[in-house]
Design a protein around this ligand. Structure first.
Ligand SMILES: CC(C)(COP(=O)(O)OP(=O)(O)OC[C@H]1O[C@@H](n2cnc3c(N)ncnc32)[C@H](O)[C@@H]1OP(=O)(O)O)[C@@H](O)C(=O)NCCC(=O)NCCS
Length: 279
């Protein structure tokens, strides 16, 4: 019964199976104060192009899940008001369902340890266009530099790679081409000439070891600006495990799994590569 009531919302967010049951249960009673507070914070950010996600110490995941569920229709309506198609809006918001499924793989239960990441989508400036996600933000360098007037600020597209099968160069080409058209059309006053990516996939160690891979081909598109230590990212995205415990129990079936673990075996530290490309 409750599930039927929420069919449209769960379709929009691609919430399936047991996650749909759990989400319906959260929506079965009126929102409490904490949920209303979380929704108010998201409302303040909607349309303000924030760079960072919402952060909260001691956050309760179910509070944020409920708030994300209840706030999503507002973001969807905001997208549509901008003239963005329902399909692009749904593709962008479907990350909610994907992250709930990933949470089950990581922790074996209903939850959302990546709730903060999804607060970016709820601000209305993160879109999935084909294979990739794009986050339209003011250049972080300009933002950090006091004195840059709002009119002079440059805009950039932060690129993210959702888990959804292979990352063939053709899919990436199509996604980048779609992004160029999409942002010029819907955000003409915020022209972005550069896309940035901060990812374990841009660690040059990977392209050295797996030069023929899609990951290496993706990384080569970017000029690497710098690297920073990120010891657990490669393990999280390859094995969906938080932390570096029980490394000897992880599978070594694919070439990526082997490369990730061998580097750690050798005492190396995985890096986050920070790169950019001209759009
Ligand atoms: C990024 C991603 C889409 C690349 O997938 P892909 O196109 O299949 O990758 P490649 O073709 O370059 O893969 C090369 C090898 O690594 C393996 N591989 C790729 N991603 C893998 C993963 N997440 N887990 C285990 N093995 C993986 C492939 O099976 C292949 O193995 P093989 O040589 O033994 O056949 C995939 O890794 C993924 O979904 N990652 C999670 C999302 C993510 O990391 N986002 C970035 C966050 S900063």
């Amino acid at each position: 019964m409750a599930l039927t009531t929420h069919t449209g919302l769960f379709e929009l967010l691609d919430i399936t199976g047991d996650d749909a049951e759990e989400c319906a249960a959260l929506l079965a009673t009126p929102p409490g104060e904490a949920v209303l507070g979380a929704m108010a914070t998201m409302q303040e950010r909607l349309g303000s192009f924030p760079l960072d996600s919402i952060q909260e110490d001691h956050a309760v995941e179910t509070v944020w899940i409920e708030a994300l569920l209840r706030f999503s229709p507002t973001v969807h309506a905001y997208h549509l008001r901008l003239g963005i198609s329902p399909d692009v809006s749904a593709a962008s918001l479907s990350d909610v369902g994907l992250q709930l499924r990933i949470n089950r793989r990581v922790h074996g239960r209903f939850g959302l340890d990546t709730w903060g990441w999804l607060t970016l989508h709820m601000a209305g400036n993160l879109f999935r266009l084909g294979r990739l996600q794009f986050h339209l933000v003011r250049s972080p360098e300009d933002t950090a530099q006091a004195g840059t007037s709002t009119a002079d600020q440059r805009w950039v597209l932060g690129v993210h790679i959702p888990e959804d099968g292979g990352l063939s160069p053709a899919l990436v080409d199509a996604s980048l081409a779609e992004a160029r058209l999409f942002f010029a059309r819907y955000f003409p006053d915020k022209p972005a000439a550069v896309a940035t990516c901060d990812s374990w996939m841009l660690d040059p160690y990977l392209a050295d070891r797996l030069p023929e891979s899609n990951i290496a081909s993706f990384a080569r598109r970017f000029t690497l600006d710098r690297c920073s230590d990120a010891p657990t990212d490669a393990v999280y995205f390859t094995f969906r495990q938080r932390g570096l415990q029980d490394m000897d129990r992880l599978p070594r079936d694919t070439s990526l799994q082997r490369v990730v673990l061998e580097r750690i075996d050798d005492g190396g530290t995985w890096q986050l590569g920070h790169g950019h490309l001209e759009l």
